[in-house]
Design a protein around this ligand. Structure first.
Ligand code: ASP
Length: 302
């Protein structure tokens, strides 16, 4: 099995620290863009996305190009999977073309793990079903460090569709390795009790005010309609109970930061006043996505 990046759960704290320290070196100076490097010149990366993506796919592309690699993106609808080819056959076909790494997003939890056992090429997980989204948690961690100075002992509320969120799982694994206390909050139908047992120190509540009280970080999640048959509650009702609004911010610590992996749904899980406020780190997260993905591609390939 070639070393790729499949999840946060199996990474050691020191490995996370190394990736974050390297990501910091890739952050641009204020007012500048990301520097160009030659580190991965001559390397070819395939970006294989079987699910929709704006931020993740684009930032892997930019990250690869900034390191001098060649990268090509294939999306589900433009691949032969839409002609009935199995995932293994598609990956074997791509593997025969000898790329140096494959970045992959798939709706099946565990798909990248399965393929990394099957192909002698490093696989980077860009989101697998409801399981993990490791580079999202790394860029979230980098954003927290930028704003708060450290990841140690933070109190973090993660609010929304916990049941179907790979972002929540990766963040829980990462934050708990740094002593974080995580409060999970959402409608009862989207807040499985088992999530309280995946790492130490997790609390669960359906009460948004209780979740937010005295937290350092609020992470909002989108309802993953694509992963459930029945639509949960309607937008207005959802917003009333689980939408982040200015009055909530006063309950948290004065220097609280608000995060969201995107895409955001204004008026469902977050109000525009909060999304566009000084407390919001949403666009910082997007920017940090490039620095983190440069660090990850370098680690996997250099
Ligand atoms: N972009 C994130 C993901 O792919 C979050 C979301 O789609 O709601 O998991």
């Amino acid at each position: 099995m070639a070393a790729g990046l499949l999840d946060i759960e199996s990474l050691r704290r020191e490995e996370i620290e190394t990736i974050l320290a390297r990501s910091k070196e890739f952050q641009p100076e204020p007012g500048h863009t990301f520097k160009r490097f030659d580190t991965l010149r001559g390397r070819t990366i395939v970006n294989l996305f079987f699910e929709a993506s704006t931020r993740t796919r684009t930032s892997f592309e930019i990250a690869a190009k900034r390191l001098g690699a060649d990268i090509l993106s294939i999306t589900g609808s433009s691949s032969s999977v839409s002609k009935g080819e199995s995932l293994v056959d598609t990956l074997n076909t791509l593997g025969a073309m000898r790329p140096d790494a494959i970045v992959m997003r798939h709706s099946a939890s565990g798909a990248p793990h399965f393929l990394s056992r099957h192909l002698p090429i490093p696989i980077v997980n860009a989101g697998d079903g409801t399981h993990e989204h490791p580079t999202q948690a790394l860029l979230d961690a980098l954003t927290i460090i930028d704003r708060r100075g450290s990841l140690e002992e933070l109190r973090v509320a993660i609010i929304g569709d916990i049941a179907h969120s790979r972002v929540a799982r990766s963040n829980i694994f990462l934050l708990s390795k740094f002593g974080g206390r995580v409060v999970l909050c959402g409608p009862a139908s989207l807040l499985p009790r088992e999530m309280g047992r995946i790492a130490p120190g997790i609390e669960l509540t359906c009460d948004m005010e209780e979740a937010i009280r005295d937290v350092d970080v609020i992470m909002m999640l989108r309802v993953q309609f694509e992963r459930q048959e029945e639509a949960p509650i309607g937008a207005n009702e959802y917003f009333r109970f689980f939408g982040l609004r200015p009055e909530h911010i006063a309950l948290a610590r004065p220097d609280v930061i608000v995060m969201h992996p995107g895409p955001i749904n204004r008026g469902r899980e977050i109000s525009s006043e909060v999304a566009d406020s000084q407390r919001s780190a949403i666009l910082n997260q997007v920017e940090n996505g490039i620095a983190v993905r440069m660090a990850v591609l370098e680690r996997v390939l250099a």
